[in-house]
Design a protein around this ligand. Sequence first.
Ligand code: ATP
Ligand code: MG
Length: 315
Amino acid sequence: MKKIITIGEIVVEIMAVEPGHGFTTAISLIGPFASGAPAIFIDQVAKLGQPCGIVSAVGNDDFGVLNVERLRRDGADVSAIGVHPTAATGSAFVRYRPDGNRDFIYNIRHSACSAIGLTPEAETLIDSADHLHIMGSALFFDGIVSAIFEATQRIKAKGGTVSFDPNIRKEMLELPGMRDALAHALENTDLFMPSGPEIFLFTRATEEAAAVAELLDRGIKAIVVKRGAEGASYFDRTGEVSAPAFKVEEVDPTGAGDSFGAAFVTCWLRGMAPGKALTIANATGARAVSVKGPMEGTSTMAEIETFLNSQGVAA
Ligand code: ATP
Ligand code: MG
């Protein structure tokens, strides 16, 4: 089986119990929850039984233990997660507004995440990998960007593959070096996984079909567009296929895209037909949004099969 790796932030998430605006008064919070988009992605890959690992860093503290033990228990290779001697594990506080938007307070850039880079353990993990998943939100930091560049080169040089989820908020686009790092990821990706309008981040085209054609012409093998409660679509040179989302109650949307991506990439590397891979990935995303906590809704294949059966879909 092919080994999948990713490189980027591990954080804890602490969330407000009730919706409201920001954090300027005392409110009830719940957490810490294991989190970080690359960490959610790799946890979901591990739960599907695929060999996988993450290059990251945590602090010498309980938030680090919570994350590392969680990933280890679920089957990810944690050998390239460094422990920073002084900085704390990254954290994100989140509160949902009544309209469903979110307010965040992040402590990531100056956290233990600042130590993520091409350590000897990272090099060993990279050299053991067949596939690299690039999470755009991880490109905020030079050490991560250069480790991703190096991993891209080494994995592609030996015939491996790359997937890329931009997963980016508009404000992040203006960070120094971000646009170049995103362009480099796009240039090297085999499988591009934007959510909705992110497909236009890199195209002249402003309409989806034309944007797909433009990206395929640039040499990207396949594109998966995530559409939230509308499901997802797959495109390659031979055609396209779409699959509707499953009807579930959305309890917490955080992590749906990361879990969906992990399931799709795993199925794709296993050679599954795109339509079936979309169905499994949609089920994984649906389960993720039904559970509170960013990484709490990741699924095993048995759980996905049970879910599909409950929806009347043959697994
Ligand atoms: P994220 O906020 O995690 O970055 P994203 O924008 O990358 O998310 P989405 O398109 O929101 O990704 O969600 C990914 C997948 O999860 C969808 O394609 C769908 O399969 C599933 N999903 C998301 N929201 C819902 C929902 N409300 N009901 C059912 N399935 C959903
Ligand atoms: Mg996303």
